[in-house]
Design a protein around this ligand. Structure first.
Ligand code: GLP
Length: 240
């Protein structure tokens, strides 16, 4: 696992955007795995800038998002669908039909998860998967568990995730369930980029890099990936 530490968020975002640019330039119909949360926002801004400047185009790109809340209307301000539109999709040239996010309100969640896995499979391997990390070491919504997960599945969110993410739910209750790509789906990506910034992530990053490779810290599995890169600021890297 490669680790890069940056002095500020813009340098980190530029580096992350460089990986995207390299991937899309080499393969204009690349398949990208995308993440939500505060961590990727600066990177998305940089991708929007590069797209508007004509350096990159998403016209042939296909995207798969990691996760989505359950029991939250798709157009709710806190849905990941809304997040992705506001922070990326509405501002780049990607065709709507190339964008994939799990339906957290599907009548049959298991069927929705299987269908999502089939769509990823049909698109070929994910060329570049972007990740954030939860304070408990989760990636996507793969919470600390007894075993590493495989494909897309519905999960009950852990208490610490509800606590960490409820800051966004000022007008409504935070959902208790989410649908997420599994660890298996994430690990099949050709290259993985994980962004972590701020002191709140320092312990999760230490466990990821120096702790046992264990589903108790889901991100630790990335050490088994042949091309995983951690992009950190000094605060997130403080315990390494
Ligand atoms: C959520 C998302 C994760 C994300 C994590 C960290 O729980 N499901 O994909 O990585 O939060 O979020 P943030 O970047 O806002 O700290």
């Amino acid at each position: 696992m490669e680790i890069k530490v940056f002095e500020n968020d813009s340098d980190l975002a530029r580096c992350a955007a460089d990986y995207f640019e390299e991937t899309i330039t080499a393969k204009p119909d690349a398949v990208l795995g995308l993440a939500t949360g505060a961590s990727p926002v600066e990177t998305y801004k940089e991708l929007i800038r590069r797209c508007k400047a004509g350096r990159i185009s998403f016209k042939k790109v296909t995207t798969f998002n990691l996760d989505e809340y359950c029991d939250l209307p798709r157009d709710d301000k806190n849905s990941y669908y809304t997040f992705m539109r506001e922070n990326l999709f509405d501002k780049i040239d990607i065709p709507a039909e190339n964008v994939h996010i799990e339906d957290g309100n599907a009548a049959d969640p298991d069927a929705e998860c299987r269908a999502y896995d089939e769509k990823i499979k049909a698109a070929g391997r994910i060329d570049l998967q972007l990740l954030g990390i939860g304070t408990n070491g989760h990636i996507g919504f793969n919470e600390p568990a007894e075993a590493f997960t495989e494909g897309t599945f519905r999960i009950r969110l852990s208490e610490s995730t509800v606590k960490a993410n409820s800051r966004y739910f000022t007008d409504s209750a935070m959902p208790e369930y989410a649908v997420t790509m599994g660890i298996g789906s994430i690990m099949r990506a050709k290259r993985i980029l994980l962004i972590a910034t701020g002191a709140a992530k320092a312990e999760a990053i230490r466990n990821t890099v120096k702790g046992p490779i264990s589903p108790a810290c889901p991100a630790s599995v990335l050490r088994l990936h042949p091309d995983a890169v951690l992009l950190l600021d000094a605060e997130a890297a403080a315990l390494l």
